[in-house]
Write a protein that binds this ligand. Structure first.
Ligand code: SGN
Ligand code: CA
Length: 548
């Protein structure tokens, strides 16, 4: 081969390379980006009912930004928790273990920080990790390179944050602030050489449902449809539904919850039918957040609070119980949904940032809540029960190129599964003792591989605020079998298909006898498989009694 031909070859080869490089299509860039391990943005709000997300139902509110995650990804219609209360749910998410194994049985008991949590595994595997917002554990998070968390329940207005370098107070509304901090982290603090796992955790819409001044003004004008079971009398159910203290009429408070000023209550004499012990950071739910507002913020809140109070003074003395219930429901929804509207706007801001920065392509976005919530169903607010509104939780996931946009899935998936799902997506090996299952096959549409037909639930925090009795149970797509224990010994069975509102306990109905037998067998099997037992029930009762 002559020297000239070799030079010609070299020149042609160089030209080919140049042409290839200059022709590199955006899809190739996308593929390269996807070949990297995906980023994870885990968004969780506190007490966000799926009934208040329009991807599930648009009866109450439109949430276009949260809906976008489902429209571009997947919506789980049967996602649920293992224990419907804040800190225990967070412990399950972080450890991938049921409450009876991770030991965080209620909001008060300390979390055993020697346990492995999934952020630590991400950190060890070379991810950059961060947590911003509400943790509610009483200790700082482990396994995160950076954090800014609210102390305990945190505050809605001008909140304090705990950070690795000390405490700081930021002026503004908590939902906006947590978002500002999250976007700032993504933009300025992110290590561009590493994938990230960011936990962006809202305080809203937790009680006392305190909206931003602007949303408060906008939503106080609205009227919302009532749920069918608002006036539930709890007949055909067990003792626990009747004795729970979360009824809008009897347990929701005018001052603490409905924005009636202490002066109004004083002026009118005793308006509260029942006054439970004060427990919101030891401060009244009105005086707490309102007292933190500065003059500028108060100037927007005041006219709205004034008009609510004026109406209340003029009308409350002649209102009957039914009217009071209806009024409390409207006030509750106005504030709760105003909080949701801020969450939705802010989720939109973060999704926009992901788009603008080019991160969206390789970032898994998850939206969920630490549990569901009652929005007047059965006359209730709060959560805790295995009944659907609090047992189920929203779950929407977007993962470009992996999830077919607009997918809906009705499998029984749980917050127990999150850790293993994220680990598999990031190609990190999950420890053998995690108790969930990775949802990655379901995300990829491989439903054949999924064979779970029932989930296990166990709630412990009793006696305590809202007085929901201890219970455990098994839930399938068709049925729910529940055992209430401790100071009762009662079984309940619900037919989820025929009675989706769970109004009738059919445990003693002879036509369900075979189902009862079969579900008892399955429940025993599940308790054994997850290593829960009568001995553990007793251990946790003793522990609870000695520490409360
Ligand atoms: C507070 C609330 C309760 C709520 C618990 C637990 N009362 O005690 O209504 O159930 O938190 O909520 S309040 O008057 O203080 O707001 S959780 O989300 O942290 O589990
Ligand atoms: Ca919660």
């Amino acid at each position: 081969m002559s020297k000239n031909i070799r030079i010609l070859d070299f020149l042609l080869f160089s030209i080919l390379i140049l042409v290839l490089v200059s022709n590199k299509k955006p899809e190739d860039e996308g593929k390269k980006e996807r070949a990297k391990r995906p980023n994870i943005l885990f968004i969780m709000s506190d007490d966000h009912a799926y009934q208040a997300i329009s991807a599930y139902s648009d009866k109450l509110i439109k949430t276009p930004n949260i809906d976008r995650i489902a429209r571009e990804g997947i919506l789980f219609t049967n996602a649920c928790v293992t224990n419907s209360i804040c800190a225990p749910s967070r412990a399950t998410i972080l450890t991938g273990k049921h409450t009876h194994i991770n030991g965080k049985i209620d909001n008060k008991m300390p979390f055993d920080t020697t346990q492995v949590t999934f952020p630590q595994l991400f950190q060890n595997a070379g991810y950059q990790t961060a947590m911003y917002g509400k943790l509610h554990f009483g200790n700082n998070p482990k396994g995160v390179d950076d954090f800014m968390i609210l102390p305990g329940q945190g505050n809605y207005i001008n909140p304090e944050f705990i950070t690795p370098t000390g405490d700081t107070t930021i002026t503004g509304y908590v939902t906006d602030i947590i978002t500002d901090l999250t976007i700032h982290w993504l933009d300025k603090k992110r290590d561009r050489e590493k994938p990230f796992m960011m936990m962006y955790l809202h305080k809203a819409p937790h009680r006392p449902w305190w909206p931003s001044p602007e949303k408060f003004r906008a939503f106080a004008q609205k009227t919302f449809p009532e749920p069918e079971s608002l006036f539930d009398d709890y007949s055909n159910r067990g003792t626990s539904a009747r004795t729970a203290e979360m009824n809008l009429l009897r347990h929701m408070k005018y001052g603490h919850d409905s924005k009636i000023r202490p002066e109004t209550i004083q002026e009118m004499g005793r308006v509260e039918p029942y006054v439970p012990p004060m427990n919101w950071n030891g401060i009244d739910g009105f005086t707490g957040p309102y007292g933190r507002a500065n003059e500028q913020q108060k100037a927007v809140y005041d006219p709205v609070i004034d008009s609510i109070n004026t109406w209340f003074k003029a009308n409350w003395p002649t209102m009957n119980d039914k009217q009071k219930m209806k009024w409390k429901y409207q006030r509750y929804m106005q504030d709760y949904l105003a909080c949701i509207s801020s969450v939705d706007d802010n989720v939109g801001r973060v999704l926009d940032y992901l788009d603008e920065s080019g991160l969206a392509e390789n970032t898994i976005v998850v939206y969920t809540s630490d549990q569901g919530f009652y929005l007047g169903e059965h006359g209730w607010f709060d959560k805790r029960f295995i009944y659907d509104e609090s047992f189920k939780t929203p779950l929407l996931i977007r993962w470009p190129h992996e999830i077919t946009p607009g997918t809906t899935n009705d499998e029984m998936v749980q917050n127990l599964d999150f850790a293993q799902t994220f680990l598999e997506a990031a190609q990190i090996k999950a420890p053998g003792d995690m108790q969930g299952e990775s949802l990655v096959p379901l995300l990829r549409g491989d439903t054949e591989q999924w064979n779970r037909d029932a989930v296990y639930y166990h709630y412990y925090e009793y006696p305590s605020v809202h007085m929901v009795k201890r219970h455990y149970g098994i839930v399938t797509k068709e049925y729910k079998l529940v055992h209430f224990y401790y100071d009762v010994d009662e079984w309940e069975l619900y037919d989820r298909i025929k009675d989706p509102q769970e109004m009738t306990n059919v445990y003693n109905d002879p036509s369900y006898a075979a189902t009862v037998t079969e579900l008892h067998r399955k429940l025993d099997e599940l308790r054994a498989a997850y290593k829960d037992s009568a001995a553990l029930d007793k251990k946790y009762i003793d522990l609870y009694e000695s520490s409360h």
